[in-house]
Write a protein that binds this ligand. Structure first.
Ligand code: BES
Ligand code: MN
Ligand code: ZN
Length: 495
C-alpha cells in the first residue's frame, strides 16, 4: 500500500476515518486545539465528562463527526507521554487501525502527533504509523468468507506545515517494513496443506524474482550431495521432500562482509515418532516462522536498498510420522562430520539448522543470525512475548539487542556457559540432540553453536512471540512477524 504524506490541516482532511492520538494529559494545543475548535469543543467536553481519558490504546470512535471534512473520527489514547515507548505507540496505532479496517474500501487519514523526541523521534513516529497502518489492516482470516479486516483503500499521513522532508521517506520505510511483516505473517498463517517445503521454495523464488534477487533452491539430491545428513533425517518421514533455499542480496561491494540470516522452516512439526500430544501439535504450522522471518526481512532490506550484503537461508522440512521416519537411537552424520544420536525426534529444529548453519558459514557468511521456533523451554523461561537471544560473540549480540531496542521489540539474552555443552554428551556419538530436563533453551543453543565454526553468531528463539494464540485489540492473533523489524534495524546499522 502506498501511503501518502500531506500537510492538510487535520479538520480539513477528507477520509472515511480521521485518526487522532491523545495522551493522558489532554492538553489540547496546536493542531489538536484547531481540531477541537472545528468540532465545536467536542474533545474538551468528552475529556471533561471522562469519556476521553487518553489511556494507552483506548479507542473512542465518533462515527458522526460534524465540523470536519472526515466522515468519522477515532480518538486513540497514548497513555502518559513520559512512559511512551515505540512499542506502546505502535500498539496504540495498530489498535486504532484494527478498529477502522473491519470493512472493505476504507480511506484513513492519520494525524501525526508531535511526541517527545527523547522517547520517539519524529522520523520514528511517521515510520511507526505507516507500519501500523500496513500491519493492522491485515488479519489472519484470508480464507474466511467474512473477513475481520480488509486492506485500506487509501492511507494519508497528516504532518505539520514545516513539511519535514524525511516524512515521505519514513512513511515508505514503515510501509516496506509492514509489508515484509505481512509476508512473514501470511506464510506462517497459511495452513500446512498449502505451506510445505516445495511451496515455500516457490514462493521465495517468486518474491526474489520480483525484487531482482538471486534465489537458489536445493532439492533432495542436492542436499544429499551436500551431505546434509542431519536435515535429511528429519525430512525422511514425510511425503513432502525437503528444500534448502537461499536468497542473496548484495547491496555492498564484494569485499564487504556478508550477513547470513538462517531460518528454521519446519512447515509442520508433528514431533515425529516422539509424537506431540494434540494440544501441542495444534499450532505447529508456526514452526516455519524462522524461515518466513528470514525471507520477510531480506525483502525489506532489499527494497530499502541498504548498503549491506545479506543472504537468507531457509531450511525447509516437514517433521512427520511414517514407516520411513527417523528413529530414536539413529546416529546421524551432519554436514560438518559431527555424529548425532537421536534421543527425541521432536528436537528436530536443531537438526535442520545444524546443516544449514554450517552450509551458510561454508558459503562465506561473516556473521550469522538464526531464527527458530526452537524450544518450549524458552517460552517457559521468558513468557510468550519475549525472544531469547544466545551467542558465542557478545559484541555481535549487543548489536542485535541494541537494534531490538530501537525497533521496539522484546529480546532478552540467556547465558551460554561452556558447561551447558556437557549436557549434550552421548555414549555412542559425538553428541545427542537433547540436553536433559533443565535449561532446554540453552542446551538447544549450545547444540547449534557446534555448527557455526566460531563465526560471530546469535541464535534467536522465537517460539513464544512468533505466534499468538488469540486476538488482542493491539494485534491480531496468529503469526506476528516478530523480529523482522529487529533484523532490518540490525542491517541498517551494519551499513
Ligand atoms: N517446534 C518445537 C518448539 C515449539 C514449542 C515452538 C512451542 C513453538 C511453540 C520444537 O521442535 C520442539 O518440539 N522442541 C521440543 C524440544 C525437546 C524435545 C527437547 C520442546 O520444546 O519440547
Ligand atoms: Mn519439535
Ligand atoms: Zn519444531
Amino acid at each position: 500500500m502506498r501511503i501518502a504524506v500531506e500537510t492538510t490541516a487535520w479538520h480539513e482532511a477528507a477520509a472515511d476515518w480521521l485518526i487522532v492520538a491523545v495522551d493522558e494529559a489532554r492538553n489540547f494545543d496546536g493542531p489538536t486545539c484547531a481540531l477541537d475548535q472545528a468540532l465545536g469543543g467536542t474533545l474538551t467536553r468528552l475529556s471533561e465528562s471522562g469519556d476521553l481519558t487518553g489511556k494507552l490504546a483506548e479507542l473512542l470512535p465518533l462515527p458522526d463527526a460534524h465540523g470536519i471534512a472526515a466522515q468519522r473520527l477515532l480518538v486513540v489514547g497514548l497513555g502518559k507521554l513520559n512512559e511512551l515507548t515505540r512499542t506502546t505507540f505502535e500498539q496504540a496505532v495498530t489498535a486504532a487501525v484494527r478498529q477502522v479496517s473491519t470493512k472493505a474500501g476504507v480511506s484513513v487519514a492519520f494525524a501525526v502527533p508531535e511526541l517527545p523526541s527523547d522517547r520517539i523521534s519524529a522520523r520514528q513516529t511517521v515510520e511507526t504509523i505507516a507500519l501500523g497502518l500496513t500491519v493492522g489492516s491485515v488479519g489472519q482470516d484470508s480464507l474466511k468468507a467474512e473477513r475481520g479486516h480488509y486492506p485500506l483503500a487509501s492511507a494519508t499521513l497528516l504532518v505539520n506545515d514545516a513539511a519535514p522532508s524525511f516524512a515521505e521517506e519514513a512513511a515508505q520505510r514503515g510501509a516496506i517494513l509492514g509489508e515484509a511483516i505481512n509476508l512473514t505473517r501470511e506464510l506462517v498463517n497459511l495452513p500446512p496443506e498449502q505451506i510445505y517445503p516445495e511451496s515455500v521454495a516457490q514462493r521465495a523464488q517468486a518474491v526474489a524474482a520480483d525484487l531482482g534477487l538471486s534465489c537458489t533452491v536445493l532439492g533432495q539430491s542436492e542436499l544429499e550431495a551436500e551431505k546434509m545428513g542431519s536435515l535429511l533425517a528429519v525430512a525422511q518421514g514425510s511425503d513432502r521432500p525437503p528444500r534448502v533455499v537461499f536468497v542473496e542480496y548484495r547491496g555492498a561491494g564484494d569485499d564487504a562482509p556478508t550477513l547470513a540470516i538462517v531460518g528454521k522452516g519446519v512447515t509442520f512439526d508433528s514431533g515425529g515418532l516422539s509424537l506431540k500430544p494434540s494440544d501441542s501439535m495444534l499450532t505447529m504450522k508456526c514452526d516455519m516462522a524462522g524461515a518466513a522471518t528470514a525471507l520477510g526481512a531480506i525483502t525489506a532490506i532489499a527494497r530499502l536498498k541498504l548498503p549491506v550484503n545479506v543472504t537468507a537461508y531457509l531450511g525447509l522440512v516437514e517433521n512427520m510420522v511414517s514407516g520411513s521416519s527417523y528413529k530414536l537411537g539413529d546416529i546421524l552424520t551432519a554436514r560438518n562430520g559431527v555424529t548425532i544420536e537421536v534421543q527425541n525426534t521432536d528436537a528436530e529444529g536443531r537438526l535442520v539448522l545444524a546443516d544449514v548453519l554450517h552450509y551458510a558459514v561454508e558459503r562465506g557468511a561473516d556473521r550469522v543470525i538464526d531464527l527458530a521456533t526452537l524450544t518450549g523451554a524458552c517460552v517457559v523461561a521468558l513468557g510468550e512475548d519475549v525472544t531469547g537471544a544466545f551467542t558465542n560473540d557478545q559484541r555481535w549480540c549487543d548489536q542485535i539487542l541494541a537494534a531490538a531496542s530501537t525497533a521496539g521489540e522484546y529480546v532478552w539474552q540467556l547465558p551460554t556457559f561452556d558447561f551447558y555443552a556437557e549436557l549434550l554428551k552421548s555414549d555412542v556419538a559425538d553428541c545427542r540432540n537433547i540436553g536433559g530436563r533443565w535449561g532446554g533453551a540453552i542446551t538447544a543453543a549450545k547444540f547449534l553453536e557446534k555448527f557455526v565454526e566460531k563465526k560471530p553468531w546469535v541464535h534467536l528463539d522465537i517460539a513464544g512471540p512468533s505466534f499468538a494464540s488469540s486476538n488482542k485489540p493491539h494485534r491480531e492473533g496468529g503469526a506476528t512477524g516478530c523480529m523482522v523489524r529487529t533484523l532490518v534495524e540490525t542491517a541498517t546499522h551494519l551499513s
